[in-house]
Design a protein around this ligand. Sequence first.
Ligand code: ZN
Length: 296
Amino acid sequence: MALGDFELGVFSDGTYPLDGGAFFGVIPKVMWSKKVEVDERNYVAAGLNSLLIRTGKQLVLVETGLGNKLSERMRRFYGQPAKLLDHLSAAGIAPEDIDIVINSHLHFDHCGWNTVRDNNGNFVATFPRAKYYAPEGEWVYAQDPSIRDAISFLPENYDPLVESGQMTLLKGGEEIVPGISVKTFPGHTAHMQAIIVQTPTGAKAPNPEESDDSLADSSGPTACYISDLMPTAAHIDLTWGMGFDLYPLDTIESKKEYYARAIPGKWLTVFTHDPKIPWAYIERDQSGKMVAKEAV
Ligand SMILES: [Zn+2]
């Protein structure tokens, strides 16, 4: 899909099973099971969507799925589809081609392909040329997480990159390259950052008849990788948060803040864990209900 001067694509690492109850928190099964398929063990299939942005100058990869390094025990729970590199390769993209990798947070299902094991068993960057970025607060928290989500942090996905200097830690609010910035949305974790892609219309040939003012405040079409704030199109209602969220009341406030910008701005929202609807435009219908309008 074209977004102003940028090109966007979604590349999946496959799907993995999550307990439907945990995925939809306090929402009763009679309600969520109308929106997603559930198997006899109460599992739903969760997607692992990465967003690839071609800026014309760089190839930027947002999120890196489950990867291929899960332990035997974790593989029993989640499987290990490990499809991301194959899907990139099918589009002619090699790991060496990626210039920038951005992680919204450091849970194992979001940064798994950050690193791979080399022949000596050392953890090395999967994308050797890339500069990696992740939220600093996440990384600090990951050094000593609560026992509630400690299982979700696998240091081999980020510590070797921080140690080597290949990963830069972000406060939130930084612009990583022109048009691609991060913003902290607390709720799922305290420091999770969404990735906002906003192509400046000023990049196009300026119309001399337009005043400088109109150029200055005009921003091009916008997309946002909202990550686990709303992991699927079924989670767009304000109260439909995941059971995994560490701060569920903050999730609601962050969603309100997101919608205040994304709905009037007609932002394209990218869903990390939706296996069927990777992105959509979110609108509010007449009754105030959130609806996802699929992007074609
Ligand atoms: Zn997460």
